[in-house]
Design a protein around this ligand. Sequence first.
Ligand SMILES: [Zn+2]
Length: 494
Amino acid sequence: MNKRIAIGMISHETNVFSPISTPLQAWKDRVMFIGPEIIDKARGSKSAIGAFLEAAEDNDWEVIPTIVAAATPSAPTDAATYRYLKDQLLTPIMKSKPDAVLLAMHGAMKAEGVDDPEGDIAQAIKSVIGQRPLLLTMDLHGNITENMCRNCDGIFAYDTNPHVDSYERAQEAALCLQRIFSGEIDPVNAYQRKPMMPPTINMRTSEGPMVELHQLAREWEAKPGIINVSIFSGFPYADVPHAGLSIITTADRQYLKLAEQCSAAITNRAWEIKEQFLKQIPNAVQGLDQAASLMSSPVPGPVILADVADNPGGGGSGDTTELLRELLKRDIPESAAAIIWDPETVEQAIALGVGQTGTFNIGGKAEPAYGQPLVVKGKVRLLSDGRFIARGPVGRGMEWNMGKTAVIQVGQTKIVVSSLRIACNDADIFRSVGIDPAAAQVLLVKSRGHFRASFEPLAKHIIEIDEPGAANPNLHRYNYQNLVRPIWPLDQMS
Ligand SMILES: [Zn+2]
């Protein structure tokens, strides 16, 4: 008889310092497919679920679709919403008792009253399927618990940041399942961590400490019996006791000792090089001083000021004002800022109409502690429905939607204000509202790292700025309640 495989996804990167709540509607607004709809939507896509479906087809596995849901990074989802999501995932599994479960999870989720939803879900599934396999793909920003590792048979974290390999990791998970079914392997996870919680500012996999850790992982994966090594650098804004870096080695059971050695060796190395995760960055005044001195250089292109602490992709509201305030003060010709999330201001601009001047209260509404609204006189330069095709390496020809959007000019600076909260990750955001990013002198972008693929080729220089927001790389700014102390870098540790 054909094997029956349940598939699903519940994915949220939770930032407890985010002023943005995560009700059920936030999931519905982003991604929520239930039951057979999942197959219609994901078949053929280069996503984790697409890879699971492909593998099922190749192996003649019968698919039991559960739920595929994701919400944009924000505060913990409420208890009722979490119960709903978990029920949608578990009910089909309880009914069908599948031969295996393949899930695409995030790893840094937190819900009201539940510190480790991924572990909670894995445990609940295992209580239904027992010895039958549960395999997970996860984001390398996951904060992983030992309980979660005990309750699944294999973990496949992304190897790339920016993340471009969710499809490939899911293919690996499916291949692992195939090998389990054939009796070739019986996997087990070896978990290891240190009291370290690096900020996310220097976690890219193309430079910095992650390069060395991944090199080590590839060396260990070449040894017999090692199936996969997952480097979880963690997400420091979840404020959970298990937050931070962890290494999980998935290996054939008879190689458990080797797997434990692998996780320990890489964790030790991460501890030794932990200072490399830190990065000193200038505040708005220093950053704009730097920008001013760079503007006269003959290298073409704009100086880009990245408002990294307010990255909507990490839980930022997208409406903080400190960097924007300083930019407006300097009144730089050919300067622009995107994307400021402020539906109220957009409505005001629409009511005024293009070409009209008004007094606006821009931003600072979600959490005034991260910067008060800016009271400015501005001219409505353009109104749009906010929909455009993003052709950059991040957008890949997909339609993006900022919601109703206004460009408001204050002095010589054009501000792109949107009704939907999204990160400024593609230079086509500026082009879509008539601003040529390559011809600008200075651009403010609200993003941490994903903007680089699109903006680096046209930028003269990129400056990351240290100002208030839900995802500031200086973790000392936050009032943590739930960490196990001491933990680096908040506490002095050698
Ligand atoms: Zn991530």
